[in-house]
Design a protein around this ligand. Structure first.
Ligand code: PGA
Length: 241
């Protein structure tokens, strides 16, 4: 794993954006895996700024998001569909039918998981996957204990995750208890991975990722086995290294 440490969050976002834009310029039909949460929002702002200033085009790009809450309609402001439209898709030239996110309102959720997994393979797999990390080491919504050979699946969210994400909801009771997430094996199939880590609250997780053992109890540790991972981390996140 390659570590790029930056002096602050803005620089982290700019450096990650620069690398993504270079991948897009190199391959205008890149399959780009995307993440939600607070960490990638600065990156998305940088991509939007670049699109407006330098006209980098997303017309040939397909995007695949990691996860979606179960039971939250797409138009709800707390759905990850809504998040992605608001933070990225509405502001660039990507055709919406080339943006893909699991459907957490599907009638048959098991079928939806299989469909999503197969859909990604049919598109040739993910070239570059953007990831954040949970304080408990989750990647996507793969909580501690998720098998490393998992494919897209339904997950019960850890209470710590629901609490962390309750900042977007009126109360923790409103945070869904389940989500659909790409599995760990699905994520590991990506040809390249960018992991973004920002802030003091992630310092322990980053230290454990870099120095701890590979264990299903700390899902991100699986990344030690991937051949092409770049970690972008700001000063606060690297404080314990
Ligand atoms: P965050 O979420 O970027 O909002 O901290 C990351 C995650 O939980 O994977």
């Amino acid at each position: 794993m390659k570590l790029i440490s930056t002096s602050n969050y803005q620089e982290l976002s700019q450096q990650a954006a620069k690398e993504i834009i270079s991948r897009i310029n190199h391959n205008p039909s890149l399959n780009l895996g995307l993440a939600t949460g607070s960490t990638p929002t600065g990156l998305y702002q940088e991509l939007i700024r670049d699109h407006k200033q330098k006209q980098t085009s997303y017309k040939g790009i397909n995007t695949f998001n990691l996860d979606e809450y179960i039971g939250i309609p797409k138009k709800d402001r707390n759905s990850y569909h809504y998040f992605m439209c608001e933070h990225l898709f509405e502001h660039i030239d990507i055709p919406l039918d080339q943006t893909h996110i699991p459907d957490g309102t599907a009638k048959n959720l098991d079928v939806e998981c299989m469909r999503y997994e197969q859909f990604i393979s049919e598109h040739g797999g993910i070239d570059l996957q953007i990831l954040g990390i949970g304080q408990n080491g989750h990647i996507g919504f793969n909580e501690p204990g998720t098998p490393f050979d998992s494919r897209t699946h339904i997950i019960d969210l850890a209470e710590s995750t629901r609490k962390a994400n309750s900042r977007f909801f009126e109360s923790v009771e409103d945070v869904p208890k389940q989500a659909i997430t790409m599995g760990i094996a699905s994520i590991m199939d990506s040809k390249e991975i960018f992991l973004l880590v920002s802030g003091a609250s992630k310092a322990k997780a980053l230290a454990r990722l870099l120095t701890g053992e590979v264990s299903e109890q700390f899902p991100a540790s699986v990344l030690q086995k991937h051949e092409n991972v770049t970690i972008f981390a700001d000063k606060e996140a690297t404080a314990l290294l």
